[in-house]
Design a protein around this ligand. Structure first.
Ligand code: PLP
Length: 396
């Protein structure tokens, strides 16, 4: 059959082989274990002589279907689903390292990832070496930080919360030269807007909690890559540490995914319009959105993304006090962390999602105290803008 467009793959993608009842929508396999036909069948499944399901921590048809679908959408050979986005980050990092190893990461990251990298992994004698891509000569800095114990490179783009755009091919070339993998957190873009594996990355991961699920009703994570690397993560981390995804959450993500293209188009188009209008508001000091020609990563974003996504960061004149007044003044936008939902969400990174950074670490990552992060939802653009405007107009 002719290769399908990505929009069609988003709706169809993969089909369940496990049903005999011809459902259009696959059922949810809410079962912890699976029956063996007889003792030899059970033994054959355990030894790998036969393929099939044994126990949901090891594999489940609904979770399997989601893994196959995200692999198709990201253009990877294989995928594994995890209990949360953080479980995906931890699974990838812990599978690739041992005590004494290090890895090099871009310093602008989701706060939970930064905390895992800078404290929890450090306790296990696995050390993150952070590079600020904002400094000129960042390529030289990456190179200088890599040594014989460096096991992978790690980036997030667009980065949370500053919307910095990190050069995927540049990091991928560097990783290749040193024969180590590059991991890309693709949460902010989704595979509809950006496909890091095609640009040389080795593993792509997601907080599926966000745009993939798309409806704010679940927590989940996904990792995509080669059969070999995903097999390693599944065997050594998922089966034994056990942070697997519930079949119910996998089913919700499969359902949410069907509208990914429509949602990402709408999130992106509305965000661009709002970013442009915020720019001209007298109370707004700065707007960070990769779709704006003034954004330092604009031309790079044009090269590596289809559209610019639904996330905006902005600063209000008057710093934190004025920013808080805006967050307390909105009535349609919801004051909450998370992102990628149907509802527009607003939050303050320095005191919320990125409070784990020290003030100097936040400075290095470009997270100012007055920065406000907006996850643009699917409401009518005029209503979102009207709400932001009335809140900004009332800032004392
Ligand atoms: N990666 C990014 C870019 C995120 O924004 C988040 C959460 O906000 C995560 C990973 C962690 O995902 P989860 O909350 O599903 O554990």
């Amino acid at each position: 059959m002719k290769k399908l467009t990505q929009e069609t793959e988003i709706v169809h993608g993969v089909h369940s082989d496990h049903v005999t009842s011809f459902d259009l929508v696959p059922p949810i396999h809410m079962t912890s274990t699976f029956k063996f036909k007889d003792a030899d069948h059970g033994a054959d499944l355990f030894s790998g002589k036969s393929t099939g399901y044994i126990y949901t921590r090891i594999g489940n048809p609904t979770v399997d279907l989601l893994e196959k679908k995200i692999a198709v959408l990201e253009g990877g050979e294989s995928a594994v689903a995890t209990a949360s986005g953080m479980a995906a980050v931890a699974a990838a990092a812990l599978t690739l390292t041992a005590p004494g190893d290090n890895f090099v990461a871009c310093s602008t990251l989701y706060g939970g990832t930064f905390a895992l990298f800078s404290s929890d992994l450090a306790r296990l004698n696995i050390h993150a070496r952070f590079v600020s891509h904002r400094r000129s000569g960042s390529l030289k800095e990456i190179e200088e930080k890599i040594d014989g114990d460096t096991r992978f490179l790690y980036i997030e783009t667009p980065a949370n919360p500053t919307l910095d755009i990190i050069d995927i091919p540049l990091w991928a070339d560097t990783a290749r030269r040193h024969d180590i993998p590059l991991i890309v957190d693709n949460t902010f873009a989704s595979p509809y807007l950006q496909r890091p594996l095609a640009m040389g990355a080795d593993l792509v991961l997601h907080s599926a909690t966000k745009y993939l699920g798309g409806h704010g009703d679940l927590i989940g994570g996904l990792i995509v890559g080669s059969k070999r690397m995903i097999g390693q993560i599944r065997e050594s981390h998922m089966n034994h540490f056990g942070p697997v995804m519930s079949p119910f959450n996998a089913w919700l993500i499969l359902r949410g995914l069907k509208t990914l293209a429509l949602r990402m188009d709408r999130h992106s188009d509305t965000a661009l319009m709002i970013a442009e209008r915020l720019l001209s508001h007298p109370r707004v000091a700065a707007v960070f959105y990769p779709g704006l020609a003034s954004h330092p990563g604009h031309s790079l974003a044009r090269r590596q993304m289809k559209k610019f996504g639904g996330m905006i960061a902005f600063e209000v004149h008057g710093g934190v006090v004025a920013g808080k007044a805006v967050m307390n003044g909105v009535t349609l936008c919801t004051l909450a962390v998370s992102l990628g939902d149907c509802e527009t969400l607003i939050q303050h990174p320095a005191s919320m999602t990125h409070a784990v950074y020290s003030p100097s670490e936040r400075k290095l990552a470009g997270i100012s105290d007055g920065l406000i992060r907006l996850s643009v939802g699917l409401e009518h653009p005029d209503d979102i803008l009207g709400d932001l405007r009335q809140a900004l107009d009332r800032v004392p």
